[in-house]
Design a protein around this ligand. Structure first.
Ligand code: FES
Ligand SMILES: [Fe+2]
Length: 397
């Protein structure tokens, strides 16, 4: 008898595992893939303001290799790394008053990819207006450089956010590019969705960040919360309540806003207030991502100081054995693999937020396929700032 067809007792051994599969439509980010096209309908941060300078800077976003620079007039530009002449990288280019000049044959491109000079061609290139270096529109806000990598005719306005517009006395907005909320290096070697799903996973907090690895945040966060999940017009809202020793209630609201925004109040609960920062998860490609943050600060460096410590140390100062004994978000998420295997997951009650965010992303894929715009894009330059409910609050009862 053919062993593969024989009825087999279900022993639960690893031999029974079916071929590994992941939901490619949710995780893959290249141009032409469903999620890649959805993500390209929104603005994404590709650097902090200082990253655009007269030194060309390599940027990888949504699987594309790009070069960021700032021309002599102070305007940021983002072009494809491969020169449209014969393909060397503009990383070795020279930034000039009017744009970036390729090192190989000296073609000069402005920030919108127009070819201004072709020094090896007769009369400086009579046909230079026939070529265009592929480029993307960029805009600067909140100390970040945002790029729009989608179809030009569907370019939305770059959104404003209430929590970064309305300041308390003495506050200013600061950007940071080094932060994984729970610690880790700037570039995380796993799929972006693994991190984005973590935003709507409040139950991992009392385990991973409190009891398992020692307190990484505050003691207030250590208690197992009561949680409700809800879809909002922006994404998924998570409301967690925890009873405190003094009988009051610690009420914490976090939001995942489509497509990649993590609107997470400081887990160290420095104050009870509305959310102070927004994090954008930038998919670098299918198997790595990074996070850009903009937040209200009182002193320079406040946003970076939100970073967690483990056993009193920053992530990069820990030994391998300390990482094993005190894992944080980096270890848990990268530990799921370069792209987690969806076919091997077993969801439980506590995973409702994950189910919701996947469904919402799928709904946006469907909207796009039907020719509609996804949620969270606006074409109205006078649209009011987006308001979030997120924050850490105290309630009397
Ligand atoms: S390859 Fe860039 S100018 Fe020739
Ligand atoms: Fe976490």
């Amino acid at each position: 008898m053919n062993l593969m067809q024989s009825p087999r007792r279900d022993e639960g051994t690893a031999y029974e595992i079916r071929p590994a599969k992941y939901k490619s439509e949710l995780v893959e980010v290249s141009r032409g893939t469903p999620m890649g096209e959805l993500l390209r309908r929104y603005w994404h941060p590709v650097g902090v303001a200082t990253h655009a300078s007269d030194t060309p800077r390599q940027v990888r976003a949504l699987g594309e290799d790009l070069i960021l620079f700032r021309d002599g007039a102070g305007r940021a530009g983002l072009v494809h790394a491969r020169c449209c002449h014969r393909g060397t990288t503009l990383y070795y280019g020279k930034v000039e008053e009017r744009g970036i000049r390729c090192c190989y044959h000296g073609w000069l491109f402005d920030r919108e990819g127009r070819c201004l000079e072709q020094p090896c061609e007769p009369e400086g290139g009579l046909f230079r207006d026939k070529v265009r270096q592929p480029w993307y529109p960029v805009e600067e806000r909140y100390g970040l450089i945002f790029a729009y990598m989608g179809p030009p005719e569907r370019k939305p306005v770059l959104p404003r956010y209430d929590c970064l517009e309305v300041m308390d006395e003495g506050e200013f907005v600061e950007a940071d590019d080094t932060s994984l909320g729970g610690g880790g290096p700037a570039i995380i070697p796993c799929n972006w969705l693994q991190h984005y799903e973590n935003v709507v996973d409040p139950f991992h907090v009392p385990v991973l960040h409190a009891s398992f690895s020692g307190a990484q945040f505050t003691t207030a966060m250590a208690a197992m919360p009561q949680v409700t999940f809800e879809m909002s017009p922006r994404g998924v809202t998570v409301r967690s309540t925890r009873r405190m020793d003094d009988g009051k209630t610690f009420y914490r609201v976090t939001e995942a806003a489509i497509p990649t925004l993590r609107v997470v109040p400081n887990p160290r609960v420095a104050q009870f207030a509305r959310v102070e920062s927004i994090g954008w998860v930038l998919p670098i490609d299918d198997t790595s991502f990074r996070i850009y943050v903009a937040g209200r600060a009182r002193q320079k460096g406040d946003i970076g100081r939100m970073r967690s410590k483990f056993n009193g140390k920053f992530w990069w100062d820990m030994t391998e054995s300390e990482h094993q004994r005190h894992p944080g978000d980096y270890e848990a998420q990268v530990g799921q693999g370069p792209v987690t295997i969806h076919s091997e997951e077993h969801f439980a009650q506590s995973d409702r937020g994950i189910v919701m965010i996947r469904r919402m992303l799928q709904d946006q894929l469907d909207a796009l396929a039907a020719g509609r715009d996804p949620i969270g894009v606006s074409f109205d330059p006078d649209a009011p700032p987006v308001e979030f409910e997120a924050g850490n609050y105290i309630r009397e009862a």
